[in-house]
Design a protein around this ligand. Sequence first.
Ligand code: FAD
Length: 402
Amino acid sequence: MLSAASRPYIAASVPVLREHGVAISRCFYQRLFAAHPELKNIFNMPNQESGKQQQALASAIFAYAANIDDPAALAPVISRIVQKHVSLGIRAEHYPIVGKHLLAAIAEILGAAATPALIAAWAEAYGLLADALIEEERKLYRALGVEPGEYRAVTIVRKQKESETVSSFYLQASDGAALPPFQPGQYISIAVNVAELALRQLRQYSLSDAPGSGHWRISVKREEGSPAGLVSNLLHDQYQEGDVLLVSPPCGDFVLAPGDLDTPLVLISAGVGVTPMMSMLHGSLLESPQRPVNFLYATLDGQHHPLKRELRSLMLQHGQMQSYVAYERPAANDCVPQDYQQQGFLSLATVPDSLLPQNAAYFLCGPAPFMRAQRNALLARGVPPQRIRQEVFGPSLLEHLQ
Ligand code: FAD
């Protein structure tokens, strides 16, 4: 627990961090990578270039300071960070390095305002957080039976185009052993050498198939932005059946809780955010065949609708499952109601009430504005916030505190 002496300094830092958080984060990463260039292999370097990582770290430090006296608010964030860190292979010895450069960055950006007492308070606060993370990460590594940073070789046994931009990769252990079990909604990190950066880069991909199917499947969207996404394009263009990938164990806490077993499930996703939802759908149908599952999905059109046939076939087999699809700009051959039910962005206001029961467990995954809109719509319908869970396909880990 933070000492009484440090508490006022951390509380007083909240407005300062709001103002200078991104500058502190930028300075921190510059210092960190100058002293430890090998750590560039762990961080997402395009997110550094675009500033997303600095923004994410600034928000994290700010949220930590603002909630330091509220362990209940911090607990879900810590859980999510621990899962991500374990998938990235973060080690206990990384923490003092990060702490040293973070404190130096705070001192550099705040100048005279960074009094010895303020720096001492932040050293204490960082130390508490680091200790908590190290301990939780140690437990998770042990539970998973891996050493930090230990990756498993898997072979691509099948590559399947799912839509204009998404392809699935079916993976099996290269040594022929059985792959460890996973919980629907979890992801793996993939380690890929990126020649143009002369670095190894790690990216997370949700497992998109049923648990217990004898393989893992990831479904990857080609990021076509400018500049084009590094790893997704490498996977699409250069990785074929028979090639080997290095992957982390399955991680992530965006999973069904034991208390969800008897409640209806509502899975709401957009774009490639469909991946953890497909796994949850399979998992629910296998584990609790009687549980109602409502699958709401938004995408551009039928050409950009990954795993569409799989969804249809599940619908035909399982009477307790309902689906509802919105196409933003349907193509001429996309038909109502066979292919989609709503035109434009998915609006829960026009979705039949039967698809959105009050007592359901709600799972959201998609672009940030999509999740914000759906979450707000659910809250407006009276769904309690604790029944809504989200997965973010980016560096932000703070949706629990927003
Ligand atoms: P990057 O090279 O990391 O680039 C990312 C974006 O930043 C691109 O749009 C690029 O145009 C932009 N960018 C790059 N450099 C700059 C710059 N200098 N300025 C401005 N913008 C820039 N993805 C899936 O496809 N399927 C999944 O199932 C999936 N699951 C995920 C689960 C989790 C928990 C998380 C965190 C992410 C998941 N993702 C998934 C996303 C995935 O991890 C990658 O982020 C995604 O594939 C893009 O990686 P990339 O290397 O291709 O792009």
